[in-house]
Design a protein around this ligand. Structure first.
Ligand code: SF4
Length: 401
């Protein structure tokens, strides 16, 4: 597996697949052809939801405002659901044409160009092998991460600062999110709703959800967030960790350990399945984020390795089949609320795993495989095309459904 630095990246939302990777591809060509003009054709999910996600905006920002961006929603003969063609133009004539792919989580590849091969840092690619290694050496999962990537603690310190910044920014912001749907920011409102007779459970729910809303709304507004594992699902992990840090006397060192395990879980899913909504539906984004949060929390509270495995397995298992159908291609409905619900599910998975791990019957490796198979079986209309589900039937409230 690759470094966790490839999983956790700080960048602008709203989408790692639709803005971060296209931005990197555009920069690649701009650096190579600084004096030329460009034309970009988007296919698959990039074509269907690129407008809402702001793919054209980011491409024009990098390549120039006069860059022609074509949304080809008809072409079905594509190798990857997030495909684009980029043409380099010299006085209107095409001098180079390349096909590129946005692979999820901000990763990309360009056909015909030498692959930028980043090193395989982790020799073990399955949880069962990592677990056996940790048990043999009597170390925790976070120790395994720090043993494999000695500079990871410093990196995760910066990641945690960026995550908490995004929560704080989101909690202080108000108003309507961009894109035309008229979705109001709700994080601050939720955060401030204190009632005298509020139960501890309601308070937990309200606070965790407000933190998740804060990050997801920042992402929807194009703010700076951390992919965890993606932009669309960036609120789940920071919300849960921030909540326990604030309320349970959890040290910063424990949070960093939690992030390390969360990253390891995300990396396993990325390696053996997918973290891309266009490839495997929202289960691959929000389901993965929930599993990362559950694993991270279990590490923070120093649960055993079987309990960590169970907590993550539960989170994936009960997001199986979750479709990706963002209304108008914007990462707002259902995405923002979904971050909050997935954060609560991670907390729920943690407590179930704490008590019931001895009766666990499904391994983490198996459920990751199941998630991938399920994602491949999902009709492509439910894989970030905005052609079905809530994206299709949604009506603005004043018109009624
Ligand atoms: S529905 Fe899920 S996978 Fe799709 S854009 Fe929203 S958060 Fe991402």
């Amino acid at each position: 597996m690759k470094s966790l630095k490839e999983l956790f990246q700080v960048g602008c939302g709203p989408s790692s697949s639709h803005t971060m990777a296209p931005q990197k591809i555009a920069l690649f060509f701009l650096n190579r052809f600084p004096d030329k003009k460009f034309r970009v054709t988007l296919y698959g999910s990039l074509a269907h939801t690129g407008k809402g996600h702001g793919t054209d905006t980011v491409l024009k920002k990098v390549l120039g405002a006069d860059t022609e961006v074509i949304f080809d929603t008809e072409e079905v003969n594509i190798e990857h659901p997030n495909t684009l063609d980029i043409e380099v133009l010299d006085e209107g004539k095409v001098v180079l044409r390349r096909r590129a792919y946005s692979l999820g989580g901000g990763a990309y590849s360009i056909a015909g160009e030498p692959e930028v091969i980043t090193p395989e840092v982790y020799p073990l690619n399955h949880f069962s092998d990592i677990k056996a290694y940790c048990l043999e050496k009597d170390i925790r999962l976070s120790d395994y991460v720090f043993e494999t990537e000695p500079d990871m603690k410093d990196y995760l310190e910066k990641i945690w600062d960026a995550m908490t910044d995004s929560i704080k920014r989101g909690l202080s912001a108000e108003g309507v999110l961009p894109g035309g749907l008229g979705v109001r920011r709700k994080a601050r409102f939720l955060y401030l709703q204190r009632h005298i007779d509020e139960s501890p459970e309601t308070r937990e729910n309200r606070l965790v959800c407000s933190y998740a809303f804060a990050v997801a709304e920042e992402n929807a507004a194009g703010g700076n967030i951390v992919t965890a594992p993606t932009c669309g699902s960036a609120g789940v992990l920071p919300a849960t960790l921030y909540y326990v840090q604030k309320t349970r006397n959890v040290t910063r060192d424990a949070i960093i350990r939690g992030l390390a395990v969360a990253g390891l879980i995300g990396n396993l899913i990325k390696r053996n399945a997918s973290i891309s909504g266009a490839e495997c539906g929202c289960q691959a984004e929000i389901g993965s984020a929930s599993a990362m949060a559950a694993g991270g929390l279990a590490e923070i509270f120093e649960l055993g390795i079987d309990q960590i495995e169970y907590a993550t397995e539960i989170s994936i298992e009960h997001h199986l089949g979750l479709t990706c159908d963002p209304v108008a291609g914007l990462v707002q409905i259902p995405c923002i609320e979904r971050n909050a619900v997935a954060a609560m599910r991670a907390l729920n998975a943690l407590s179930l795993a704490d008590f019931l791990f001895a009766t666990r019957t499904v391994s983490l490796d198996t459920i990751i495989e199941v998630m991938y198979e399920t994602g491949k079986d999902l009709n492509k209309r439910y894989r970030e095309t905005s052609e079905a589900g809530i994206a299709k039937l949604y009506r603005t409230p004043d018109k009624g459904v």
